[in-house]
Every structure is written in structure tokens, then in C-alpha cells.
Design a protein around this ligand. Structure first.
Ligand SMILES: [Zn+2]
Length: 300
């Protein structure tokens, strides 16, 4: 299910560096399941020669990934989203339950120990974005990054701590708040971002991009006149750059997800902004540019 990664690239954005730590690479994802009701295989024929390599496997099934972005500024070490985590009890999500993956070792490979992390910025509180917030020690969930402040949208906390989110549609996230979010709140390590978003540490701006989840925010990084956008789950796969109306099976509020995706594509296509995705295959990073009738994707 996952493969060892070679040492990741280091991207520079102004005075900061950005590095990917991949938790897992998932091959063999059926596109008609991932993009329910919208998948159209003619996309492949129509864009032959235009699509970059690495988007699908040898059986024309999707390749996706799950990972974290490490941002180092002159002063701080920051993680953006914390993947799935080990040992999790996810009775309704067997694919991601009880993983035993060397995520912390990979973090170490890029020069980051858990104690080094100053901030953990979370785009939203889904299962595959908050898992390494905590680790299991002697049967108890404790913060993995003991010196960090964990920062996330308040609306996400409000929703995932409520009964409303613990329903059938949310099976993938069942038990996630309890194991991966509540322990860092109880440890007094959290800070939340209001519904309008806003700047954080001068370098970052939380931008509301709801739809995939109720209060998901993208995070813009601005430093030394350069910009990047961490778009979280605005898109799950580069096919959505070409087909912005395709929602993934995990998008909870579909119409709003399309609006946020359109906004992001327009925003980054007109500027030299690196897009850092959570789930794209290959490097997970690249540029969106305009094509004759829409948008194109290029990995960097
Ligand atoms: Zn996700």
C-alpha cells in the first residue's frame, strides 16, 4: 500500500523552505468510485500527451497520496496537516485503521524531531489531516508534538465535536475527533481561527474554502514577495484541475466544494503561486496555468 520515498525536494518561498513528508501512496483507486457520478474516461483520451506522468497506474486507476508539508522559516518549524497517524481505532474506516507507518522517521529524515515543531496548522479536521496530532503511549493518546501550538478553524472544532457530525455520512471520520483532536485541546495546546480566516505569524493567511468539509481553510504562505497556497482538499487529484466540477467522494458539501475549487484555480492560475496539495501523487506540488478552455497542471 505504501512505498519508501526518496528524499523529498526542498522548495523555496521567499525566506522559507517547504518540504513534503509523505505518509502513504495509494495506487489502484477506481476513478468512478473516487469521482462518483462525474468520472468520464474520455478525459484520458482527450488529454493524451498533455497529462503529466504518474497520475494513474498501469490499470488506469488513480494514484493518490497522504502527507504533511513542513515549512521552515528563519524562526519556526511548522507542519501543515498531520496525515493519518498510527494505531488509530477507526471501526468504520478499516483502510486507515491501525496503521504502522514510519512517518516520524520520515520527518526525522528531513531534519525535524517532534520536539522541534513550533506550530501545527490544520486546514480541516478530517481523518487524514489530523492523525499525527497524537500518538498512543501506554494506552493513552498524547500530543505527538509537545512544544507545538495546534491551530485550526473554529468551525471545524464546533462541527466535529457535535452530534451532527457523528452520523452515517461521516463514517470515515468516526472517532477521529476523540483520538486526534480532543487530546491536544485538553493539553491546552490549541488556538482556533474565526470564520473569516486571517493572518497568522505574519507569513500565513487562513482563507475560508469550505465545501469539502464544513469549515475547511486553505493556507496562503507569503514571504519575500513570493507566494504559495496549501489548498488541502480543494482538489484531491490533478484531474480536477482539468475538470473543476468533479467532487471527490469525500466532499461533504458538494456545491460549495465546487465554488471553492473554482476560486482557488482562478487565484493560482493568474499568479506565479506554487500549489501544495495534500493528496496529489508524485511531488504533490506544482503550478496551475490557463489552457484554451480551462486549466492545466504541471508538477514541479
Ligand atoms: Zn484529505
Amino acid at each position: 500500500m505504501w512505498h519508501m520515498t526518496k528524499l523529498p525536494k526542498i522548495y523555496t518561498v521567499g525566506d522559507t523552505t517547504v518540504t513534503r513528508v509523505t505518509e502513504m501512496i495509494i495506487r489502484g483507486v477506481p476513478p468512478e468510485v473516487y469521482f462518483p457520478g462525474t468520472w468520464d474516461p474520455t478525459l484520458l483520451e482527450e488529454n493524451q500527451g498533455v497529462l503529466p506522468d504518474g497520475l494513474i497506474d498501469e490499470n488506469s486507476q488513480l494514484i493518490v497520496s497522504i502527507g504533511t508539508w513542513v515549512v521552515k522559516t528563519p524562526y519556526h518549524t511548522i507542519l501543515i496537516d498531520t496525515a493519518t497517524g498510527n494505531d488509530k481505532n477507526l471501526p468504520l474506516n478499516s483502510d486507515l485503521a491501525n496503521l504502522q507507518l514510519p512517518y516520524l522517521e520520515r520527518l526525522q529524515e528531513v531534519g525535524v524531531t517532534p520536539e522541534d515543531v513550533d506550530y501545527v496548522l490544520l486546514t480541516h479536521l478530517h481523518v487524514d489531516h489530523v492523525g499525527w496530532n497524537t500518538k498512543l503511549v501506554d494506552g493513552k493518546w498524547v500530543p505527538t508534538f509537545p512544544n507545538a501550538k495546534y491551530v485550526f478553524p473554529h468551525k471545524e472544532q464546533e462541527y466535529y465535536s457535535s452530534e451532527a457530525s457523528h452520523n452515517k455520512e461521516n463514517e470515515a471520520n468516526f472517532n477521529v475527533y476523540e483520538e486526534s483532536v480532543l487530546p491536544v485541546i485538553e493539553a491546552g495546546l490549541t488556538e482556533t481561527i474565526g470564520p473569516e480566516g486571517g493572518t497568522f505569524l505574519d507569513l500565513f493567511t487562513f482563507i475560508p474554502t469550505p465545501g469539502h468539509s464544513i469549515g475547511q481553510m486553505s493556507i496562503r504562505l507569503s514571504s519575500g514577495g513570493e507566494e504559495a497556497l496549501f489548498g488541502a482538499d480543494i482538489m484531491h487529484h490533478p484531474f480536477q484541475v482539468l475538470r473543476p466540477d468533479w467532487n471527490s467522494m469525500y466532499c461533504e458539501f458538494g456545491d460549495q466544494a465546487r465554488i471553492s475549487r473554482r476560486w482557488a484555480l482562478e487565484y493560482i492560475a493568474d499568479r506565479p503561486i506554487i500549489y501544495f496539495s495534500t493528496h496529489f501523487p508524485e511531488s504533490s506540488a506544482g503550478y496551475v496555468t490557463r489552457s484554451q478552455d480551462g486549466f492545466e497542471w504541471r508538477f514541479i
